[in-house]
Design a protein around this ligand. Structure first.
Ligand SMILES: NC(=O)c1ccc[n+]([C@@H]2O[C@H](COP(=O)([O-])OP(=O)(O)OC[C@H]3O[C@@H](n4cnc5c(N)ncnc54)[C@H](O)[C@@H]3O)[C@@H](O)[C@H]2O)c1
Length: 321
């Protein structure tokens, strides 16, 4: 199969590219490199440096590549930027998505997989939220993810394509950008490897469901190939992708400190204890997703436990420090 991955030079997108190549598929990437990097991609993978907001450029690439399926990962993904610049957020996350969908159906593409978010759709939940939880996004980023799913549902019904929205929990792993506001595992790993303390917002008792990037990539591959054909043409299937296991930021920092200490770079150095900064306004206390449906529909479940994923991530950052 020929698969176009938008945002394929980013953290999750590049793991999807790797997983697709391993299965023998042809892959092309659209990415403007605003947060991704060419270094995340094998040299053999064609990279079209295009902004998804550019209607003509997106149409040109998709007409030339003629993908059988599109995996849409490119997005403006900063919640705080979406609050400051809702127009920019809507341009990238809504207009960009429509550009990709429009061009894809025009060349006869039959399947689209979309990176959605459980965190921003379900809000504060103390037990793993199933997909039936009413969506209540409060940030413009959350609203555009929800609207994105509605557009996918429309394109599926109108054009008979098979659409799958994967609602990720908190994804972490090698290649995550440590300079953004999200990606706490990447941010803390980088700080501790530099011998600096991690800064925990507020009391740190914020519970999240951390899922390993390559596990999320495998969910995308299963959604793209759908071996048991459980996702129907003409419909949108929304599936949670997470572990259902909650970890708070205080526990997470301790795990990362242990993992960094165990790397070649970290050993022998006293690793500083964390500092506590002010609480971030609007931060959810708890967010977890129930991924049982993804198990039944795609045969997916997470395989990498948090302690192992953090060790792999710390080792990856240590090599590049
Ligand atoms: N990381 C998480 O925890 C998480 C959770 C829920 C949902 N998501 C979603 O998963 C997807 C991938 O996220 P990620 O963590 O890999 O982030 P990322 O920033 O590493 O990847 C996004 C990629 O999209 C590219 N991009 C951004 N704007 C673009 C534009 N206008 N045109 C073309 N390319 C553009 C970036 O350069 C980058 O390579 C996003 O849609 C994000 O909203 C991520």
């Amino acid at each position: 199969m020929k698969i176009l991955v938008t945002g394929g030079a980013g953290f999750i997108g590049s793991h999807i590219v790797d997983a697709l190549l391993l299965e023998g598929h042809a892959v092309a990437v659209i990415d403007d490199l605003s947060s991704g990097s060419r270094d995340n991609l094998p040299a053999t993978v064609p990279l079209h440096m295009v902004d998804i907001v550019d209607t003509a450029a997106v149409a040109g690439v998709i007409a030339a590549e003629k993908p059988d399926a599109v995996c849409h990962q490119a997005a403006q993904m900063s919640v705080s930027r979406s609050v400051r610049e809702p127009l920019f957020d809507a341009h990238v996350n809504c207009i960009g998505l429509i550009n990709v969908l429009d061009a894809a159906v025009r060349v006869g593409c039959r399947r689209v997989v979309f990176a959605s978010s459980g965190g921003v759709l379900y809000g504060d939940v103390t037990t793993p939220a199933p997909e039936s939880t009413p969506a209540n996004p409060v940030s413009p980023y959350g609203i555009t993810k929800w609207v994105g799913e509605r557009y996918l549902s429309f394109y599926a019904a109108e054009h008979g394509i098979t659409a799958v929205a994967l609602r990720y929990s908190n994804v972490y792993g090698p290649r995550q950008n440590p300079h953004g506001e999200a990606g706490v595992v990447a941010i803390f790993s980088k700080k501790l490897l530099a011998g600096e303390p991690a800064t925990i917002n507020g009391d740190g008792r914020y519970v999240r469901d951390y899922v390993y990037g390559p596990d999320v990539a495998r969910a995308n591959v299963l959604a793209l190939l759908d071996p048991s054909s459980r996702c129907m043409p003409g419909t949108l299937t929304s599936l949670n992708i997470g572990t259902g296991v909650g970890t708070d930021v205080v526990e997470l920092e301790a795990l990362i400190r242990q993992a960094v200490a165990a790397t070649e770079r970290g050993s022998g150095k006293p690793l500083p204890l964390p500092l506590h900064g002010p609480a971030r306004p609007g931060d959810l206390r708890s967010n977890l997703v129930d991924a049982a449906l993804a198990g039944r529909v795609l045969g997916w479940k997470p395989t990498v436990p948090l302690i192992e994923g953090i060790a792999l991530t710390a080792a990856w950052f240590a090599k590049r420090a």
